[in-house]
Design a protein around this ligand. Structure first.
Ligand code: MLT
Ligand code: MN
Ligand code: ZN
Length: 306
């Protein structure tokens, strides 16, 4: 299995269009050592095939496809290596890129949970709008831990895990979470036996989540915020990381404590990084702390072979 990180930033990207925080201003001016990043998405494909699964359709998907030649294998006059899309939630940064895939000649194979399909039909009716273009061939993701495969993607099995995080602000149940608003995905390559746990939005590490993380060879988990009060402290929002469904990395019960409990052989990577997060500055003390803890920070274009 090969994973290409298409977009490693959280909603807004890095730098964010209207932001002049230390990171955004610094990366624009070239005064900090940091790389620009597009919004949250990965591409997962078997080692021996061109076609794969797009996890999340980011508003930046067209730019991501242009920067990733492998996504355009050019086998026909209209072609793409994106055989299907799997959504981890229905948030803007993960779903609005679906509009950009509307020129498909056949309905887009789309895997998402029932609450996400409902949000994308009611609150933000992307799926209804797409019905006027290519349409979607929607498959429900089960939450009972059963494995599924995506047709055309050989020997990779996927298993979803409901997560405590947050539905999108337009969801009719934003403040009344239901199972399946957000999921994590355990993927296993039956050919190599290697596995990955992917969870770009993760508010709480429950025993089931930790078990999934601990059995994977590689974890790609929520790297949105360093501190719980990152946004309020900068005066950018009244909401804390936990308020919007993201477990911060630092502090008691934070992501770094959990990552430290994984087996020594587990590869640990943070993904879905908000533009305010000090770890984006490669010279920051926070980044040095991650390096000491053996935790990597995803960047766009990164290839991961678990
Ligand atoms: C989130 O995960 O909280 C999002 O990145 C929010 C957004 O897309 O605006
Ligand atoms: Mn997001
Ligand atoms: Zn910023």
């Amino acid at each position: 299995m090969r994973i290409t990180v298409l977009g490693s930033a959280a909603g807004g990207g890095f730098p964010q269009w209207n932001c002049n925080c230390r990171n955004c201003a610094g990366v624009r001016a070239g005064t900090i050592k940091a790389k620009a990043r597009t919004q949250s998405s990965i591409f997962v494909a078997p080692d021996d095939g061109a076609d794969g699964v797009l996890f999340n359709a980011s508003p930046d998907v067209l730019q991501q496809i242009r920067s990733t030649p492998a996504l355009q294998p050019a086998r026909a006059v209209r072609d793409s290596a994106i055989a299907a899309v799997v959504l981890m939630d229905g948030q803007v940064d993960h779903a609005t890129g679906l509009f950009m895939l509307r020129e498909r000649r056949s309905p887009l194979p789309l895997w998402c949970t029932d609450p996400v399909a409902e949000d994308l039909t009611q609150g933000n009716p992307i799926l209804r709008v797409l019905g006027h273009y290519c349409g979607v061939d929607r498959h429900a993701i089960a939450l009972d831990g059963s494995a599924f495969e995506v047709p055309g993607i050989a020997h990779i099995e996927f298993r979803a895990l409901p997560l405590d995080s947050k539905a999108a602000p337009y969801s009719p149940h934003r403040e009344r979470p239901v199972a399946g608003d957000n999921i994590g995905m355990l993927m296993r390559d039956r050919a190599s036996g290697r596995s990955v746990f992917y969870a770009p939005g993760l508010g709480q590490i429950t025993p089931a989540v930790f078990e999934a993380m601990a059995c994977a060879d590689c974890v790609l988990v929520d790297g949105t915020f360093w501190t719980d009060d990152e946004m309020p402290r900068l005066g950018l929002s009244a909401k804390t990381a936990r308020d919007i469904g993201h477990l911060p990395q630092s502090g008691p019960g934070g992501m770094l404590e959990w990552l430290a409990r994984l087996p020594a052989t587990t590869r640990r990577l943070l993904i879905h990084i908000n533009n305010t997060n000090p770890i984006l500055d490669e010279d920051s003390p926070e980044r040095a702390e991650l390096a000491r803890a053996g935790v990597e920070v995803c960047e766009d274009g990164m290839q991961i072979r678990p």
